[in-house]
Each structure stands twice: as C-alpha cells, then as structure tokens.
Design a protein around this ligand. Structure first.
Ligand code: EPZ
Length: 422
C-alpha cells in the first residue's frame, strides 16, 4: 500500500485547479440508466470511485467510455441485460445503491446488494427503500440483497423524509422522473449535487421544480432522451484546498471555486481569521494576520457546515489560538482522524459526537494512518504545517476522492511525495 510523505513548513503560493464533484458524478452516472440514448458527462473527476461506478454500470450492460484522460464519460444504456448489482462491487462503494431507483424506473425490476456499513457509520439505506415504496415499489430483503419490483411501473407519490438524506433524495428523484403522475419530495436534501442532478435530468427531458429547496416536485414523463452535462465543481475538494494556505500561510487561488458552493464553510473561515476573495477565476484564500482563532463548528445538511469538511477543519483548529468545539451531527463515528492528529501533538478530547480541540503552537510530524477518505486528507493538511516529516499510510482512501493530490499541493510549494508501497 502506498503512503504519502509530507515535510512540514513553508508558505503555499499559487493556483490549484478544482475538479468536478465526486459526489455529483456518482449520482449523474446512474442517471444514464433512465434513457436508451447516450448521456455524456464532462468535467468528470479522475478517481477510483468513478472507476468503481463505471465497473458497476458496465456489469449491468451499459457502455461507459472514458475519454480525454477520464474527464469525459460517454455512456449509453441502450442494452441493459443484467439487473443485479453484485455485493462484490457494492461493498466497495456505497453509492452503488444509486442504481436501484433508475433501474426500477426503467424496467420495473432490480436486485441490488445492501451496501453494508463503512468506517464512519452504519450507513443504512432504509430511507431509500421507504421512498421508493412511496412510489409503488414492492421491496423484499433476501440474502443481503434488495429485490425490487414495480410491475405496472412506478406511480407518483408523496415522500416525507424524517431526516435529510442526500443519497435517498437522489435515488427517489431519479426514479420519479419516469413515474406516472406527480411526486412531491418533502425534507429533500438541498446540496449542490442535488441541483446538479436535477439540471442534468431536465436536459434529458425531466420535469423537476424546487431542487435546492426542501420540497422537490417531479412530473413524471414517458421517456427521457440523451444529453451532455458538465459535472459541478467539487465543493469538498474546494474547501479542503482552501485550508492549505489557511494552515500554512501564503496565498492560493482555487480555480473554479465559487462562494455559493462553500457559504457556511467560508463563514467559519472568516471567524477563524482567513480571508476569502472571489476572483474571475475562482477563490483566493489567505490568512488575514498571524495566528488562527478558535471557532466552534456543527455539521449539518446543506446549506450548513458540511460533514465532509469536518476532519479538514479540525486539522486547522489544532493550532488555533484557543479552544474549538466540533459537533458531528451527521455520522456516528467520524472522528477517527482525532487519534492520528493527537499522535502529531494535537490536544483533542472526543466524547460521543463532540470533539474539543485546544490549540497548540505547532504540530510535530509523525507516522499516521488514514482511516477514511476525508480523514486521510486532514492528516496531509496537518503535516503541511507540522515540524518535521509526516508519513500518511493507507492512502488508497485518498485516491477515492482526491485526484493528483501530490501534484496539486506541490504545485503551490508543498514538500510532498507519494511513496510506492511494497
Ligand atoms: C452522501 O452520503 C455523500 N456521499 C457523503 O460523502 C456525505 O458525507 C453525505 O452525503 C452527507 O452529506 C455521496 O454523495 C456519494 P446521507 P449519503 O444519506 O447519501 C442517515 C464523502 O466523504 N441515513 O445524506 O450516504 C445516514 O446514516 C462521503 O464523499 C439513514 O439513516 O449520506 C447519515 O447519518 C462520505 N438512512 C445521515 O442519514 C438512509 O437510508 C445522512 O446520510 C440514508 C441515510
């Protein structure tokens, strides 16, 4: 297994290009199943999760061709000849569950493995299943698989989500586009990735209103046609790299960044003493002056502070002036980066869903272990400003969600290299 060596110290200056959003691409790709005509995605990120979704769609009979070094995905689902999403693929990536709604809407039947949990939590899919049942789906759980049927096709219905779920909103939104009649989704997720999916579905002929708000209304249509759609900028990669100059000093421009993607996050950066300026190319980030101030953070569904930036924010706050309290309210086990940061000299107390971080002057480099996708990058950020060398192991987690990390960070002056595993 590869690892990443970071030598701390030194300001960062220059530009970092931000890729298309992993979490948008992972729901846009299954949308190809809703039409027999080609769907082409541009600005696609080059990530292992995208390769896994490609494998899954190809196993169902879809054609997925990666062009322009992976930035264009030309897909066609003209001949879907398999309606079973196997455990061996689904267990690698939970977003595989997002083929369920589209397959059900297209052909009235699907068999999809339950994804199982992951490091950050149990990650149930009960809300996905209940939402599809509200559209008339008949579901049976057997041998770890969801067996879904909609013999007469899906029918429009009302979906009342008891809690906000990004994936469940995406699954039922895709299914509703081909259901007979009107679907209303209440307490829908409002993430930019939902709006991006709705934009793409509208280009395919879907009739959707209210995306980006808590209530989405869909008028079902008989069929959808092909389209070409650019994947929205990745707000989590954007926020992650905004923290690099915040932690190290210097000034970095994040190309493609827009304030509306990271509103709540920027409010916290401002309170911590970091300036963010919107330019015609993206977002320019720099420390205003001296030491970072401690701030409190509570993770919430969009437009609140994103859970996917909690680990990275903690890395910043480890050397802030004062004590910060971070509350993780989305997932039940998303502080696994804390013990690794403590190995670097951070002072963090974790009790249940709350982490209290008491700022220290400087972290010290150490060998640390990546435990999940966002934790892995928070350790790299911590290593960028730490004294001495930090070696982050198990970087396969990183490859799931961050393309060319070494290239992007060394491009602004970071001393970072990838070490091939034995
Ligand atoms: C999406 O996961 C993202 N993944 C996650 O990003 C992100 O952290 C999460 O949304 C929250 O923003 C993708 O888009 C591929 P949820 P998802 O359904 O859809 C509970 C990353 O790092 N829940 O909004 O799985 C769930 O356990 C990943 O890129 C149910 O109880 O998240 C959680 O506590 C990590 N039942 C809460 O809802 C369900 O059926 C929010 O989960 C579904 C979810």
């Amino acid at each position: 297994m590869d690892s990443i060596l970071v030598s701390g110290g030194g300001e960062l200056n220059g530009q970092i290009p931000i890729a298309g959003a992993k979490n948008a691409c992972l729901t846009l790709m299954p949308a190809t199943l809703l039409s027999e005509e080609p769907l082409t995605l541009t600005n696609a990120p080059r990530l292992s999760d995208i390769k896994t979704m490609t494998e899954l769609l190809q196993s169902l009979g879809a054609e997925v061709t990666s062009l322009q070094d992976g930035q264009v995905l030309a897909m066609s689902s003209h001949d879907i000849n398999n309606h079973t999403a196997d455990y061996d693929i689904v267990r690698k990536m939970r977003a595989s569950i997002l083929v369920l709604g589209p397959m059900l809407a297209r052909d009235g039947h699907a068999v999809v493995s339950l994804p199982g949990g992951c490091a950050i939590g149990a990650r149930p899919v009960d809300l996905h299943l209940k939402a599809l049942e509200a559209l008339g789906a008949e579901l049976e759980l057997k041998d770890g698989y969801v067996h879904a049927k909609a013999p007469g096709g899906l029918k429009g219905g009302t979906v009342d989500f008891p809690l906000v779920s990004v994936g469940a909103t995406e699954n039922v939104l895709m299914a509703a586009t081909l259901a007979k009649g009107t679907t209303v989704i209440n307490n829908a997720a409002r993430e930019p990735e939902i709006v991006d999916l709705a934009d793409c579905l509208r280009k395919m002929g879907a009739q959707i209103d209210g995306d980006g708000t808590s209530t989405i209304t869909v008028q079902g249509v008989d069929r959808l046609h092909g389209a070409t759609h650019p994947v929205v900028t990745d707000r989590i990669e954007l926020g992650t790299y905004m923290l690099a100059p915040a932690i190290c000093g210097g000034e970095v421009e994040l190309l493609g960044g827009r304030l509306n993607l990271v509103g709540a996050f920027c409010e916290k950066l401002d309170a911590a003493g970091i300036s963010v300026e919107e330019t015609d190319k993206g977002l320019k980030v720099a420390r205003r002056n001296g030491r970072i101030s401690a701030v409190d953070v509570v993770t919430e569904p969009f437009p609140g502070f994103p859970t996917d930036l909690q680990a990275q924010m903690m890395a910043l706050l480890c050397t802030a002036n004062g004590t910060s309290v971070l509350e993780e309210k989305i997932f039940e086990n998303r502080f696994m980066h804390a013990p690794e940061l403590i190995r670097m000299g951070a002072q963090i107390d974790v009790h249940g869903g709350t982490a209290t971080v008491t700022g220290v002057d400087r972290l010290k480099g150490a060998p640390v272990m990546a435990t999940d996708l966002r934790a892995s990058v928070s350790l790299i950020l911590a290593g960028l400003a730490a004294e001495g060398e930090t070696v982050v192991s198990r970087v396969y987690h990183l490859d799931r969600g961050y393309e060319h990390v070494v290239g992007k960070l060394s491009g602004v002056g970071a001393k970072i290299e990838r070490i091939k595993g034995q």
